[in-house]
Write a protein that binds this ligand. Structure first.
Ligand code: BTN
Length: 275
C-alpha cells in the first residue's frame, strides 16, 4: 500500500513464507557491509541450510570480478542464502543458474516481465540489468562444505537511482512495470520458487533444467564477446552443457565450452558500456 513502509523484518516476512527449509534462519539488518560476507561468517560458524541474510542497505556490496554493488536503502532486495548440500565442487556454480531461473520465472509469472538470463549471473529486462548474482563457497577437498549465493535485485529504484558508473545499463522491476512493487511479495515469491527449483536441482541435476535455461537465455543464437581474464573471445552462443558451461562456436568454426567469463557484447543488445 502506498505510504506504508515496506520493511523486510522477520515479523513481516516469515509468517507468510510457508517454506520448508528456506528461511530456516533469517538474519535481518537495516544496514550492513555485505550480506554475502555476513552469510559466509554465519556459514563458517555452522549456519543451517536455507539460512537467509537480508539487508535494507549494503555499504560494501560486492559483485563479480571485484566490482561493487550499489544498494541504496529500502529500494532493492539484497539477500544471501546459505546452502549446505554436499555437492561436488565442480557443480557448485550451477546454483547460480538455478537462482537466476527462479527469478526469471517469478518476474514473468507474477509481473508479466520479459526477464532473461545473461549467462552466467545477470538478469536483464529488455537489455538492461535488473539483478546480479554472486556465489561463493568453501569446500573440503572435492565436496562443497557450503555455498553462499547472493542476489542484488533493483526493485523500486527510479531513473535517477539507476544512473551512474554502471557497467551495464540498469533498470528496476518498478521501472519496467511502471508501478511500485512490494519488496516483501517479491522476496517471498523468490524464496519459495528458489526452494522448489533447488530441490529439483538436487534431485535431477542441471540437465533437467536445460530446456528452460535455454528458453530463458538472452544470448543463445547471438554473437557475443566474452572476457575471460584478459582474453576476449568472440563467437556465437549455441547452448549450455548439463554442467552449466556455455557452448560457443568461435569465429573460426571451432566449438568451445566456457566455464567462466564476462559477456561484454551481445548482438542486438549491443555493446555494454564499460564501468
Ligand atoms: C554482479 O552482478 O556482479 C553480482 C552482484 C551481486 C550483489 C549481491 S547483493 C547481495 C549479496 N551481497 C553482496 O555483497 N553481493 C551480493
Amino acid at each position: 500500500m502506498a505510504g506504508t513502509p515496506d520493511l523486510l523484518i522477520p515479523e513481516e516476512v516469515l509468517p507468510d513464507l510457508g517454506a520448508s527449509w528456506i528461511g530456516s534462519q533469517y538474519h535481518y539488518f537495516r544496514r550492513i557491509g555485505s550480506t554475502n560476507d555476513e552469510a559466509l561468517l554465519l556459514a563458517r560458524r555452522g549456519a543451517p541450510h536455507g539460512c537467509v541474510v537480508i539487508a535494507e542497505e549494503q555499504t560494501a556490496g560486492r559483485g563479480r570480478m571485484g566490482r561493487s554493488w550499489l544498494s541504496p536503502s529500502g529500494l532493492g532486495l539484497t539477500l544471501s542464502i546459505v546452502l549446505t548440500t554436499a555437492l561436488p565442487v565442480r557443480d557448485a556454480s550451477q546454483c547460480v543458474m538455478v537462482l537466476a531461473l527462479a527469478l526469471v520465472k517469478v518476474l514473468a509469472s507474477r509481473y508479466g516481465l520479459p526477464a532473461a538470463i545473461k549467462w552466467p549471473n545477470d538478469i536483464l529486462i529488455r537489455g538492461k540489468k535488473v539483478a546480479g548474482i554472486l556465489s561463493e563457497m568453501q569446500s573440503d577437498q572435492e565436496m562443497v562444505r557450503f555455498i553462499v549465493i547472493g542476489a542484488g535485485i533493483n526493485v523500486n529504484q527510479r531513473g535517477e537511482d539507476l544512473e551512474g558508473p554502471f557497467r551495464y545499463p540498469a533498470t528496476s522491476v518498478s521501472q519496467a512495470l511502471g508501478e511500485r512493487v512490494s519488496r516483501k511479495e517479491l522476496l517471498i515469491a523468490l524464496l519459495r520458487e528458489f526452494e522448489r527449483e533447488y530441490d529439483r536441482f538436487v534431485r535431477t541435476g542441471l540437465a533437467g533444467f536445460l530446456p528452460e535455461l535455454e528458453a530463458a537465455s538472452c544470448i543463445l543464437g547471438r554473437d557475443i564477446k566474452v572476457l575471460r581474464g584478459r582474453e576476449e573471445i568472440s563467437g556465437r552462443a549455441t547452448g549450455f552443457t548439463p554442467e552449466g558451461g556455455l557452448e560457443i562456436v568461435l569465429e573460426n568454426g571451432k566449438k568451445e565450452v566456457l566455464w567462466v567469463g564476462d559477456i561484454t557484447t551481445v548482438s542486438e543488445i549491443g555493446a555494454l558500456p564499460e564501468q
